[in-house]
Design a binder for this molecule. Structure first.
Ligand SMILES: NC(=O)c1ccc[n+]([C@@H]2O[C@H](COP(=O)([O-])OP(=O)(O)OC[C@H]3O[C@@H](n4cnc5c(N)ncnc54)[C@H](OP(=O)(O)O)[C@@H]3O)[C@@H](O)[C@H]2O)c1
Length: 265
């Protein structure tokens, strides 16, 4: 990134972990539209490059400072996180920005033909959806606590609210992430750092591409990103996306086990 001309002092910076596709990419577009610099993180560098180029080309008309920078990273490499976070902060600082938001959107949900998942698949989900999240959120929390401000956003899921038939490890990973975020929120209370747990319902993204989702309950990644941004702005700590999922999950959480075994999923 260039480090001199076009600097806008105090520009907020956001790190999006899992920015190559789906909700992470949509959030990057939303944040840039709101005036943020974004650090785009993931493994699919071609997709990240395409997104960064689009965002920087759109911004070029207004400023010579690039607004998006990509960083190739596999979240299973947790030891790399402190160094990468510092590198991103330095890069943002050179462009007159300061880290303000970290979004953990990375996640995997391997498909299954027969309703069973291998241990390798289950381990992958825990490593990506939980351990990777801890590496980023724990490190970012410490940095933001020292700064005295910032917002941490974790994309969990309604899937973590109740165990159901189906992908047990995915649901367990999201339950773990939701509880981790809740605990972090209490720990950081009074530090100036906000922690937001996002619980989307069905969203049409590459993750759900092979699934038959109920159309009336399915939204696009852009719609989800818009709802996430709005709920964060309203100061919500736990954001169901869309909001009606709070009610749906209230009902599902109240169902007796005798009924849970009969649910199709
Ligand atoms: N779609 C839904 O219905 C739904 C509902 C509730 C919650 N969610 C959650 O929302 C989040 C975003 O998912 P999405 O639906 O937008 O799916 P998606 O398009 O598949 O996005 C997943 C993102 O995670 C990144 N990722 C996966 N493994 C990674 C790794 N090892 N290292 C770095 N990045 C990795 C991917 O980037 P690379 O492949 O480039 O690494 C990609 O950017 C996930 O946590 C998902 O569990 C989704």
């Amino acid at each position: 990134m260039s480090n001199d001309k076009g600097t806008r002092a105090g520009q907020p910076g956001a790190i999006i972990v899992g920015a190559s596709t789906g909700m992470g990419a949509a959030l990057a577009r939303q944040l840039v539209a709101k005036g943020y610099q974004v650090a785009l993180i993931g493994r699919q560098t071609e997709k990240l490059e395409e997104l960064a180029n689009t965002l920087n080309a759109a911004a070029a008309a207004k400023t010579v400072t690039p607004v998006a920078q990509l960083y190739a990273h596999d979240v299973r490499d947790g030891d790399a996180v402190p160094g990468l976070l510092e590198q991103i902060r330095r890069d943002m600082g050179r462009n007159g920005g300061e880290l303000s938001v970290v979004v953990y959107a990375a996640g995997v949900m391997p498909p299954s033909e027969d309703g069973e998942w291998s241990f390798a698949d289950e381990r992958l989900m825990i490593e990506t959806n939980v351990i990777g999240a801890m590496a980023w959120l724990n490190t970012s929390a410490a940095v933001m606590k020292r700064m005295g401000h910032g917002t941490l956003v974790g994309i969990s899921s309604v899937a973590g609210d109740r165990g159901r038939k189906g992908n047990s490890a995915y649901m367990a990973s999201k339950a773990a992430l939701s509880t981790y975020l809740e605990s972090l929120r209490y720990r950081l209370h009074g530090s100036g750092v906000r922690v937001v747990t996002v619980k989307p319902g069905f969203v049409a993204t590459p993750m759900t591409a092979g699934m038959k989702l109920p159309k009336p309950l399915t939204i696009s990644a852009d719609q989800a990103a818009g709802a996430i941004a709005r709920q964060c702005q309203k100061g919500k700590s736990v954001a169901y996306v869309p909001g009606y999922w709070r009610l749906i999950m209230l009902v599902i959480k109240s169902l007796p086990a005798s009924l849970m075994v009969r649910l199709p999923i």
